[in-house]
Ligand binder design. Structure first.
Ligand code: SAH
Ligand code: F3S
Length: 498
């Protein structure tokens, strides 16, 4: 094993899957002696983990790469790598637009990063590693590296783990087979592949042994999880049961769910397994059946609302979250209204709303005109966000006077600001004290309160005193201060005691 003394700067854009990928790459590099640094321009190796889901995300990556042009000219020995979905989607475009990039590596080949860095340094050739299909096709501008197993990186997790972790992601599934017509993910992350249950359980146990209290099982459509075992199918509900049995873990989440084929056994598992949190992120995308059809979403609005009702009935106190796209190809005013009305009826805890962004190679981009003007997309986006902001505020205000269980994540300011900026772009960001702690309830509600370093990584009981649309504010209950409670209940089941 070559041990390096180099510094590495890794920046992550996009989804939770990318955050996990970055953690694994950085863990592997740290294990090889690399030292992570915050100074991008001064680092020996710079990696940008990119997202392709909307054009905006790609522009952001190019802007970061642009900032590296001068440092690279001054220090040509610097290695610049573009990894993740944009790397997979458009390797040639990256080398053309940013010729100072040395290596491009898709999300399925990240275990190759250390070897690629060495090879770049040795040969000064540009390198590209893409999924098997694409490597065969070969990039025109760089030499393709051989295909390797994508599992290797996940399995190297132990070596890169920090001493203490509170929360962690565990991949249960890669890729996606749904092919929603707007979505680039099936092209950048490939076909759906489920990891074996034993590997997942072992990884979650390893995390628990490192002090981890909460694991989030990750996949694009986690409710489709299926793995054959001794002639029977292990599904998500079975997996939840096995992870629930791991000692030391306190909370289990899973994202993202797909509204089609969402079976009741998963809801029952959420109800019956004490560690599984009462939180479901289940993107609907649109409230119009005609739009859902154009999107190739394989359910109707009626079926979706039935699912929400079943979830609320089976899992008391469940918090529901969703994603919407506005301004999809051909979206009429009345089709948009249908989305607006669904938001009004559904009473989500929160939602993410995106303006449709055509992605090259997707079916929508090839077959449907992107005919909703950007000004209309923007207005529709704002209308939905403002409506949801009112709903979230009312929902959060209903917690005032109640006690909630909070897994404390750390000091508050940065975390809260990032979340608000992402969700209600353009709305007022409230003032926060930097010495306050932030954590989440089981229903994924953000709670800010005063406490100490010792509370970080613990579940604490907090009495809610005030609320904004995105944040609950409170104080530790006297019992929590005395550390005499170990609460384990859903957000709304618990009420303030006498
Ligand atoms: N199942 C995935 C979805 C990945 S994309 C998951 O784990 O979340 C995340 C969200 O981005 C989608 O739910 C959708 O609302 C949005 N999105 C995807 N493609 C988009 C596009 N072309 N334009 C705008 N928003 C998009
Ligand atoms: Fe994308 Fe649809 Fe899969 S949104 S990740 S193709 S479920």
């Amino acid at each position: 094993m070559i041990v390096s003394t180099r510094t590495v700067y890794l920046e992550t854009m996009g989804c939770q899957m990318n955050m996990l990928d970055s953690e694994l790459v950085l863990g592997r590099l740290r294990q090889l002696g690399y030292r992570p640094v915050d100074d991008m321009a001064g680092a020996d190796v710079v990696l940008i983990n990119t997202c392709s889901v909307r054009d905006h995300a790609e522009q952001k990556a190019y802007s970061r790469l642009g900032a590296l042009k001068k440092p690279k000219a001054a220090r040509p020995e610097m290695v610049i790598g573009v990894i993740g979905c944009m790397a997979e989607r458009d390797p040639d475009g990256i080398f053309e637009k940013t010729p100072h990039v040395d290596l491009v590596c898709g999300p399925g080949e990240l275990s190759r990063i250390p070897a690629m860095i060495e090879e770049v340094l040795e040969t000064r050739q540009k390198l590209v590693a893409l999924s098997e299909n694409k490597s065969r096709r070969n990039s025109l501008l760089a030499r393709a590296v051989d295909h390797d197993s994508v599992e290797a990186l996940d399995l190297s997790r132990e070596a890169g783990l920090p001493e203490q972790v509170t929360q962690a992601y565990v991949r249960i599934q890669r890729g996606c087979d749904k092919f929603c017509t707007f979505c680039i993910v099936p092209y950048t992350r490939g076909a759906e592949r489920c990891r074996p249950p034993q590997v997942i359980v072992d990884e979650a146990r390893l995390l628990a042994e490192h002090g981890c209290k909460e694991v989030t099982l990750l996949g694009q459509t986690v409710n489709s999880y299926a793995f054959p075992e001794n002639g029977r199918r292990v599904g998500l509900a079975d997996l939840l049961e096995r992870v629930n049995a791991i000692e030391g873990l306190e909370r289990i989440r899973f994202v993202t769910s797909y509204p089609g084929d969402f079976t009741d056994d998963i809801l029952q598992a959420m109800r019956d397994l004490p560690k599984v949190c009462e939180y479901l992120h289940i993107p609907v995308q649109s409230g119009s059946d005609a739009v859902l059809k154009r999107m190739n979403r394989r359910y109707t609005v009626g079926r979706y609302e039935e699912l929400l009702a079943r979830a609320r009935e089976t899992v008391p106190g469940i918090a529901l979250a969703s994603d919407f796209i506005v301004g999809f190809c051909g979206e009429t005013e009345s089709e948009f209204q249908a989305s607006f009305e669904l938001v009004e009826r559904a009473r989500f805890k929160n939602l993410f709303c995106f303006k449709y962004s055509p992605r090259p190679t997707t079916v929508a981009d090839r077959r449907l005109p992107d005919d909703v003007p950007d000004t209309v997309k923007r207005a529709r986006n704002l209308a939905i966000l403002q409506l949801q902001e009112r709903i979230s505020l009312a929902d959060n205000q209903s917690f005032i006077g109640r006690d909630v269980d909070v897994l404390v994540e750390g000091f508050s300011k940065a975390a809260v600001k990032a979340q608000e900026a992402e969700q209600f772009r353009g709305s007022e960001v409230g003032w926060r004290r930097a010495d306050q702690l932030v954590g989440r309830t089981r229903g994924d509600r953000i709670v800010v309160f005063s406490g100490s370093q010792a509370d970080i990584g613990q579940v604490r009981c907090v009495r809610i005193q005030s609320a904004t649309a995105l944040t609950l504010f409170g104080e530790l209950t006297p019992a929590a201060v005395a550390n005499t409670v170990t609460p384990r209940t859903a957000d709304v089941r618990r009420t303030t005691g006498p």
